[in-house]
Ligand binder design. Structure first.
Ligand SMILES: Nc1nc2c(ncn2[C@@H]2O[C@H](COP(=O)(O)OP(=O)(O)OP(=O)(O)O)[C@@H](O)[C@H]2O)c(=O)[nH]1
Ligand SMILES: [Mg+2]
Length: 406
């Protein structure tokens, strides 16, 4: 298409031609010989004038000459397979492109540059050192004076524990930064769910009436609590004898609960039977919100378990915001902020669980072998984050979510 290769890594102005030598466009051609390219392979980049027809003609010409279209994420996948970047970095490319806020974009860039991988790598290295130490003690029992009470071992365990806590905190912040924090508002009809959503968002999105069963659709509002992006989800009041439209609303409310990061369970403080006959997801934190305290003598405030407030007067709202931020584990980590995904947080938690189980076996049964094995499993779980131990299946899932050409 270019006649001859441009010099490596230098912009060359060329005619772009089809197989029969017809000029299609002209522009800049860049040649990146392997291994110094994004994918690690030989790469040619053409920069033309753009426009769907011309680009289509250029693509057709390339295909006629033996190229094929890339699958979604194929460039990044090849880069990953050629060790140009690890899995967390590859995912950060998508996160960067899709970032919804400036903070998220900056954090994604840090992940792309390897900051998150480095944090994971530090913990992995600590586990590895610990395992070598324990295995050495098992292999040479005659030297085992009392390796359990060895200061060095106890220090290493304490240090790994602290590193895990820090890593989980950072991954959680990174996850929330990428996805936002989804807070689903549920409760009986008329408890004041829509009033609370309007109050928190400062918008008049949801219809509020004194009739029970006003809200039927799911309503969403984005709010920002000190840099924490929160998606508020208002739902239909949950009750047992709804009409047909309301019944569909309740079905949707229950569905929304399944994807919640936290639940606000609104109770009407004037209702003596405020208890909710509803099964809430077990692993999602729930804040009980006692609303309408302007009609009772309860004082505003509370903690992450229960908040007393009035959606009408606004009393207690700040305490609610603080409680949500606390639950999200969100802190502005400044320059340290990286983006992370739910999959990363899960893998790191699993790693920590292995570490904790092994440590327990060591402390309670002096089972050094069990500890060593759990450390190996923990190390393996951490490897899923960067892709050093991930299956083809997982890779497929991750890369097919990329757009074509990335
Ligand atoms: N006094 C007082 N009234 C409130 C308060 N919050 C809501 N209300 C009133 O309670 C009624 C119901 O409020 P909504 O916000 O529509 O309640 P909801 O939970 O969304 O109701 P459904 O959508 O029907 O499930 C309205 O008349 C509101 O004005 C409050 O804090 N104090
Ligand atoms: Mg409502």
């Amino acid at each position: 298409m270019l006649g001859k290769l441009p010099p490596p890594r230098q912009a060359a102005h060329r005619q772009f031609r089809d197989a029969d030598g017809n000029a299609l466009d002209n522009g800049i051609a860049l040649y990146f010989p392997a291994p110094n390219s994004f994918t690690g392979e030989d790469v040619i980049e053409l920069q033309g004038h753009g426009g769907p027809v011309v680009i289509g003609m250029l693509v057709d010409a390339a295909v006629a000459l033996g190229a094929r279209l890339a699958e979604p994420g194929e460039f990044t996948r090849r880069a990953f397979l050629n060790d140009k970047l690890d899995l967390a970095q590859a995912e950060a490319i998508v996160d960067l492109v899709e970032s919804g806020t400036e903070q998220a974009a900056r954090a994604a860039l840090r992940s792309l540059s390897g900051a998150f991988s480095a944090l994971v790598g530090t913990v992995a290295a600590e586990l590895e050192r610990l395992r070598l130490f324990v295995e050495a003690a098992i292999d040479f029992p005659e030297e085992e004076i009392d390796f359990l009470s060895d200061r060095q071992l106890q220090d290493a365990i304490a240090s790994a524990e602290a590193s895990f806590a820090a890593l989980i905190a950072q991954a959680k912040v990174g996850r929330v930064l990428r996805d936002g924090y989804r807070v689903v508002i549920v409760g009986k009809p008329n408890a004041g769910k829509s009033s609370l959503m309007n109050r928190l968002s400062g918008e008049d999105t949801a219809i509020v009436t004194e009739l029970a069963g006003t809200t039927r659709d799911i309503l969403r509002e984005q709010i920002n609590i000190d840099g924490l992006a929160v998606e508020l989800v208002d739902t239909a009041g949950l009750r047992n004898d709804p009409d047909r439209i309301e019944a569909e609303g309740i079905r949707r409310a229950r569905e929304a609960l399944q994807s919640a990061d936290a639940v606000l369970w609104i109770q009407d403080a004037t209702d003596s039977q405020a208890a909710l006959d509803e099964e809430l997801p077990v692993d999602v934190p729930v804040i009980v919100v006692r609303n309408k305290i302007d009609l009772t003598d309860e004082s505003p405030g509370g903690d992450e378990q229960e908040i007393r407030l009035s959606a009408k007067t606004g009393a207690g709202l700040d305490e609610l915001r603080t409680a949500i931020r606390r639950l999200a584990g969100y802190r502005d980590l400044g320059e340290q902020t990286v983006t992370a995904r739910r999959r990363h947080v899960d893998a790191i938690r699993r790693a920590r669980d292995h570490f904790t189980a092994g440590q327990k076996a060591l402390a309670e049964q002096r089972a050094g072998e069990v500890f060593a094995e759990e450390l190996r499993l923990a190390h393996q779980a951490l490897g899923e984050v960067t892709g050093s131990t991930s299956s083809d299946d997982l890779l497929g899932k991750i890369f097919t979510k990329f757009c074509i050409g990335k």
